[in-house]
Write a protein that binds this ligand. Sequence first.
Ligand SMILES: [Cu+2]
Length: 202
Amino acid sequence: MRKSITRMVFVVVVCLGLMILVMGGEKSQGKEKAGKDVKSMSQNEQIKLALSAAPPHIAKNAAVLVFGADGKLKEGKPGANGFTCIPTVMNLPIPDPMCMDAAVKQWWGDLRNSAPKPSNTVPGIAYMAQGGSHWEKDKRVLMKEEPGAQIVKEPPHWMIMWPFDAKTTLLPTAPNPSGVYVMFDGTPYAHVMVYQDPKKMK
Ligand SMILES: [Cu+2]
């Protein structure tokens, strides 16, 4: 009898412990976005994640920016082909590393600094071979989180950063079976999303 009570107490304690662990895990998953996780990764992990955004022949000579302990971006690896890779774009739970050319680096810097419009004077190309995600509400792709908006996953893709207008190009403005659309249509940060896997480029 005594033995079975001890065993029951042991089982209850273990179960409670597990529950607390699981709850704690869920809480941190919900509250802390992947961006924080990316920022807490080691420099090598961040470099590996960043380079996974491009096909190997581009990743090989690309520069990498990583988050330092202060949360600011710094050089993780110098590059030689004009491309720069970053471990995350949106800091949402789905990993979204990106490799971009000089024009997109400028575009992305402007977006990060909330500039009214991007300053790149030529179209730029960026690769997101791991895919990513965006905010969406009522089938509209949003630039920022809004009440009632949901995170929608993007498959591996590449992008042309240039403010194409859906009205004149007649391109769709949201993900659709064709695999092409203008993201952030009607804003200076509009760009063309192409759902083709950059890893399949030769
Ligand atoms: Cu996009």
